[in-house]
Write a new protein. Structure first.
Lengths: 260, 224
């Protein structure tokens, strides 16, 4: 793969990230209108009272909780797709996994919004959070609503980690191609990624997520040529030789850096 | 509390007294038609038999003050909790309106403030100063007129005596013209309410749910 070709490849890949067309603004305006309408109706509901939502006695839970469950379900679908592709070790899984994990994280955030909208006095939602208040009143740990809080937080933390960790080299790639504010933002997100063999090795070990047996069979993909060239001045020259055959099936945690 | 269904005439005085005592807002006919009427104490009406041999039965239903209350464990903020007296209390300030308790309650006796309470002038002048007015978004329910219980216990303490049977009368008991309702201390085996609770006519509402309600309904005697 020639240098010029790989540069063109990453240019093509990053174009939607670095250039903004009018279609983007159109979509943002459209979706932003919907969001503003939602915020407006939520404010109206808080101002007028929960009676505006049409629920009544004895059906006290309606579409907010339904929506909550729906979005949690959507995010589970993302996890499922990503997990299955990881388990079967599909070589073409990367873009699909990334999409699925983005769906997981963002659908979960949308879902987590609904129990708060659902509250009669949403400005007090932090009483669901176990924190040492001045009067040491903790939430009632017997209540499934508090379990909800723990479940959502755990799930969100896990899925965000799964999303962000494999994305770090890509952040570094974008960092190296941008300037100004974007450069600083992507630089912060890249967490000082330089693309050294040591970093790749560590990242691979973190993403393995503790499943040693399973991951020993997981092939380790060497950095894509674009990423390695742009963000790894210290990457050994010999390492690039393996990028033409991008999957190294013999790697283990001990030899991952040197074998490629 | 014990309610003698044989004596209940279904007059509804208890409902009115409850509204007056506890600052319960009236919601108007449109909201009431949607099932948002707030009667901490309601009189359920049952028609039995075919015309012309119909029989009308009443049953006043308020919070049963369950010993194993389903509303308590589900509340994430302890707004619904059990007091040392055995009351099933609701702390309005602590309620954030998840409405979980009302979903859990099998008796449908918890009421939600769908809107801010309003009283047409000059009715706002008759609000009971001993009872807080609940704001929009909180759950409320029968408290066994806890303000009266506390006032009586403070009086008894000031007079350096134990509370005795008949010291406390909730608004519904006080207003019941047929004296169908009796309120007292179930822990005192000699109180009238304890005596009535042991009656063979006594029964609990939805007893098989295992909620251990504190209200005993004395069944109607069938006339042969």
């Amino acid at each position: 793969m020639s240098e010029a070709y790989s540069r063109k490849l990453s240019d093509d890949l990053l174009r939607p990230l670095l250039e903004t067309s009018w279609r983007f603004y159109l979509i943002v305006a459209f979706l932003g209108t919907i969001v503003l309408m939602g915020l407006g109706t939520w404010g109206y509901q808080m101002y007028m009272g929960f009676g505006m939502t049409g629920i009544n006695n004895p059906i006290y839970w309606a579409f907010y909780i339904t929506n909550f469950v729906f979005w949690i379900g959507i995010s589970h679908a993302g996890t499922l797709i990503s997990a299955i592709l990881r388990l079967v070790n599909a070589g073409w899984r990367r873009p699909v996994t990334r999409c699925a994990e983005v769906i997981t994280a963002f659908a979960l955030m949308i879902g987590a919004m609904f129990p708060i909208i659902h509250l009669g006095r949403p400005w007090l939602f932090f009483w669901l959070v176990p924190y040492p208040s001045s009067r040491m009143i903790w939430p009632n740990f017997r209540s499934p609503l508090v379990w909800d809080f723990f479940a959502i937080t755990t799930y969100l933390t896990g899925s965000v980690l799964f999303l962000v960790l494999p994305m770090i080299p890509d952040f570094a790639l974008v960092r190296d191609r941008t300037t100004g504010m974007r450069h600083r933002i992507y630089g912060a997100l890249a967490l000082g990624w330089q693309g050294t063999p040591k970093q790749w090795h560590r990242r691979w070990r973190r993403c393995r997520c503790g499943t040693r047996r399973c991951s020993a069979r997981t092939s380790w993909r060497a950095p894509s040529s674009a990423a390695s060239r742009d963000s790894s001045s210290r990457w050994p020259r010999s390492a690039n030789s393996c990028t033409s055959k991008s999957i190294c099936t013999r790697c283990t945690s001990r030899t991952s850096a040197s074998c490629c | 509390m014990a309610v003698d269904l044989d004596k209940c005439t279904g007059c509804g005085a208890c409902v009115t007294a409850c509204h007056a005592e506890n600052n319960i807002p009236t919601v108007g006919p449109e909201q009431a038609a949607r099932g948002r009427a707030m009667h901490w104490l309601r009189v359920e009406r049952y028609w039995e038999g075919d015309f012309p041999d119909v029989q009308l039965k009443f049953r006043p239903v308020m919070c049963q003050q369950c010993d194993a209350a389903p509303c308590e464990p589900v509340c994430p903020t302890y707004a619904s909790h059990h007091t040392a007296d055995g009351l099933n209390a609701q702390v309005y300030n602590r309620c954030i309106g998840t409405r979980y308790c009302a979903n859990a309650c099998p008796y449908n006796v918890r009421y939600y403030d769908f809107f801010n309470p309003q009283w047409p002038r000059p009715l706002h002048l008759q609000l009971n100063p001993d009872v807080s007015v609940r704001e929009v978004g909180v759950m409320e329910k029968c408290t066994f007129c806890v303000q009266r219980i506390n006032a009586a216990s403070i009086t008894a303490k000031a007079e350096k005596r134990e509370m005795k049977d008949g010291d406390v009368q909730p608004a519904c008991v006080q207003s019941c013209s047929a004296r169908a309702m009796v309120f007292g201390d179930l822990n005192d085996p000699d109180s009238e309410v304890s005596r009535l609770s042991r009656s063979p006519r006594g029964g609990k509402l939805l007893d098989d749910l295992g909620t251990l309600p504190k209200i005993t309904y004395l069944a109607r005697q069938t006339q042969v």
